[in-house]
Design a protein around this ligand. Structure first.
Ligand code: GLU
Length: 397
């Protein structure tokens, strides 16, 4: 394979869901495996959601997982001149046209179609109307009304769609701003993207995008749509299933290397192997072993492997990892006994948060007692035994 160029194109929504993180990971693994290039493009054209904070979540998420990129970050919001130039070119070539139909007019027609139980299609009213530029207008792509378009996917059978089924889509809104399907095609072509790996929630956009590639005269990249991620109950993974954002798992004390392993297994497999290092993933990953059936995210398994990592680690390594959690909780981790305490606790901690909670009493200046437990267990008779227990322990090496 000639060296592929792939991209990760998240929208800054303020959250990096596991599905997005998996898309980023697969693009990164694909690029690294084939010695290709990963481009990072932030699709920040939704002005309301596009805050500095929302953008930072993307960088923090990639940084935590250990995903690096070769080109970018490019910000789609800064690329409007490129998009507008492409629109002008299509207009000049007669491959796009101004449409003066108002939203009211279009919804009335849509409702009429619904009432008649027919599929709504844009009627092409402005296709040959030569709407003047000074009338409020959107811009539509002039899609072919005859023939078919082939839609190929590296993970699926090729399908052939009837062009007539696809309306002339709006590529620029009344305020001149270009729409998603258009910007994504112009950017992918402009950035020389050879493979588009993304979630299968975009499957229905792909025929329109391929028609846009054809209209713009760009070569069509290869597509691979990755399977949906499910929760343990078989429905689409969401907040209902507990944490669904990558950084929540970081904050709960999971390791990025364990998370990476779990994300890689969402749709991809290598025999029955469940544990992989980063290097192994890069070496073994390829699209041939990606499935299209939805896969379930198993938090119990994640916790199991996280706990296993804690149990197998050296106290020294764990001390470095638990450090930020201790600092966050207001403890000073520079104590001489930290590694010894970790050694005592690591057998029964599955996350760094559990480890921190186990360590917390050691940091307390005044011993803190669990009032209920004191009432229940520290009866006078038993308490009297404690001094002799202390003496006995003092003699133990
Ligand atoms: N920005 C889009 C999203 O976050 C991705 C577009 C694409 O991959 O083509 O869903």
């Amino acid at each position: 394979m000639t060296k592929p160029r792939v991209r990760f194109a998240p929208s800054p929504t303020g959250i990096m869901h596991l599905g997005n993180a998996r898309t980023g990971l697969f693009n990164w693994l694909f690029a690294r495996h084939h010695g290709g290039t990963l481009v990072l493009r932030i699709e920040d054209t939704d002005r309301e959601r596009n805050t500095e904070e929302a953008r930072q979540v993307i960088f923090d998420s990639l940084d935590w997982l250990g995903i690096d990129w070769d080109e970018g970050p490019f910000f789609q919001s800064e690329r409007e001149p490129v998009h507008r130039a492409a629109i002008e070119k299509l207009l000049a070539e007669g491959k796009a046209y101004r449409c003066a139909c108002t939203p009211d007019e279009l919804s009335a027609k849509r409702e009429a179609a619904q009432a008649a139980k027919e599929t709504y299609h844009y009627d092409g009213k402005c296709r040959d109307a030569d709407v003047p530029a000074d009338v409020p207008h959107t811009i539509r792509a002039r899609f072919p009304r005859e023939g078919t378009t082939k839609v190929a996917d590296l993970l699926r059978d090729e399908v052939e769609i009837e062009n007539a089924e696809y309306d002339d889509i709006i590529i620029a809104r009344t305020d001149g701003s270009p729409t998603y399907n258009f910007t994504v095609v112009v950017d992918d072509a402009d950035m020389g993207i050879t493979h588009v790996l993304r979630g299968d929630d975009h499957l229905y956009n792909t025929p329109k995008q391929i028609m846009l590639y054809d209209l713009l005269g760009y070569p069509v990249p290869a597509f691979a749509h990755l399977p949906m991620i499910l929760g343990p109950d078989g429905s689409k993974l969401s907040k209902r299933h507990g944490a669904s954002s990558l950084l929540e798992f970081r904050d709960m004390g999971y390791f990025p290397e364990v998370m990476m392993m779990a994300l890689a297994r969402l749709g991809w497999s290598h025999g029955d192997q469940e544990e992989f290092t980063r290097e192994e993933l890069i070496e073994l990953f390829d699209l041939d072993s990606v499935r299209t059936i939805a896969s379930a995210f198993d938090v119990e398994k994640l916790t199991h492997f996280n706990g296993k990592t804690i149990r197998e680690a050296t106290p020294e390594w764990l001390a470095a990892r638990v450090r930020p959690f201790l600092v966050d909780a207001g403890f000073d981790p520079d104590v001489p006994w930290l590694e010894r305490a970790i050694e005592a606790l690591q057998v029964r901690s599955d996350t760094l948060v559990a480890l921190r909670d186990g360590l917390a009493p050691f940091f307390a200046e005044e011993p803190e007692y669990d009032v209920k437990a004191v009432k229940k267990h520290l009866k006078l008779g038993k308490a009297a035994l404690l001094p002799s227990l202390a003496d006995a322990l003092a003699e133990v090496e």
